[in-house]
Design a protein around this ligand. Sequence first.
Ligand code: TXE
Length: 499
Amino acid sequence: MPSGREAGGSMTKPVPFLVGGERVQGSAGSFDSVNPATGTVNYAVSAAGASDVERCVSIAREASRTPSWKGLHPHERAQILARIADGIRARSEGLAAIQMRENGKVMAECRAQVASAAATFRYYASVCETLGSEVTPARGDYLSLTVYEPMGVVAAITPWNSPLTMEAQKIAPAIAAGNAVIVKPSEVTPTAAIEVAAIALEAGLPPGILNVITGTGRDTGVPLVRHPGVRMVSFTGGTETGRAIGTIAAERLIPVALELGGKSPNIVFADADLEAAVDGVVGGIFEGSGQSCVAGSRLFVQRTALDAVLARLKDHAEALRVGVPDAAGVRMGPLASFPHREKVEAYVASARAEGGEILVGGGRPDDTALAGGAFYRPTVITGLTNAARACREEIFGPVLCVLPFDDEDDLVAQANDSSYGLACGIWTSDYRRALRVAGAIEAGTVWINTYKQLSIATPFGGFKDSGIGREKGVSGMRLYQQSKSIYLGLDERVMGAGR
Ligand code: TXE
């Protein structure tokens, strides 16, 4: 449990953030962390203002320049990353509980995300230890080497839907690469990152290499991105925020990695195993209450299979149990915040206004026991066209829009008619067709006869407005490095007759 808080939710001082290995109370007051399953305040959390950002960047910059981290041999850095993985696993119940009470995800999913965060540190321990430099082909009397160096201070700005996995996905490769990192978690899920930073210190990471500052995007995020000491920004969140960060980064001429929103098509051909397909479609949109960047929120169904798919979809969606996230059998917790539920409700209202028909859900649950939380029922909407607002904008909630298609050309045109390009699912028994459509779809990840499988070993990122850059995989560590080319002259006239 983060220090600064008393059991039972009564408050002493706000939960402090962590800079240079020390717990810090910020200069910008505090904000409340609210449990979306109950509406009660979990605790107040300290807010970092511009002076805290200034101090944090200065400490991180100093730590990034000293040899105590970047000067270690890769296998030595790898040992510490592996110890961080062990520390995360050892505290998995506590970390999962933090995420659950801050964003309302069901406990089973929170546990899985802690395991994924630990696996991410272990994976980048291996990458760090094994990824080499290069000797490039010489075109003269020299030896040419390309080596990879850290960027310096990396700002990692993260969202609320899956904080543990997304923070690990940025922190692990960035520190493996020898950088110092400043995490600015979402104000909705502020404290998991502080716990991970404390685990990292215990694992032997030098103070100042991993810092966490909590606060709003405006008061904490903006000064961080603008600070001249920050040499790279890695961001996951909404497209508009990503655009604002990218604009500042462009002015500052620093690299950015932007993992942004999506409006991913999940495509069911009539020759698919419809039961398996509908199961995948339901998981792909309703898991995490639809608050996933890769949520398959536009369901394209070949017209000849439409009735069969809708019948199954109705059964599956209605059977999903919505409830408090630590109750047995609950598949969908609340939305992560009350303002976010209002946004989702506004999208469903817009769909109705544009002629959409509600096949399933379309409102809050009737269960009075859930009335205090930000719950919303799994919702399936038919009767819209791909031009409707609910089909064009990211709702980021448990709302699925069903759109029929006639043939492959019609399908590809509709699926690609989106400003986003993050992911896509294809369900068919014809693998040649599957590969043909996979090639034609504009998306960074395509799943065939499966959905939402994600591996830390596989690059991830978006086409179009879904982002810039690819996280994960071996190249996910290169994202946080810059190459340096070294030419070693071997001309004997210069080297002398040393033989
Ligand atoms: O995200 P923001 P919000 C989408 C989803 C959601 C919408 C808005 O559609 O409904 O974005 O969610 C910090 N400079 N996704 O408002 O604003 C902020 O404090 C620097 C998709 O919560 O993107 C938080 O730490 N930082 C998604 C982080 O940015 C700023 C996940 C994300 O907040 C900032 C979440 C600024 N100007 C939302 N403004 C995905 N891709 O998975 C905000 N922040």
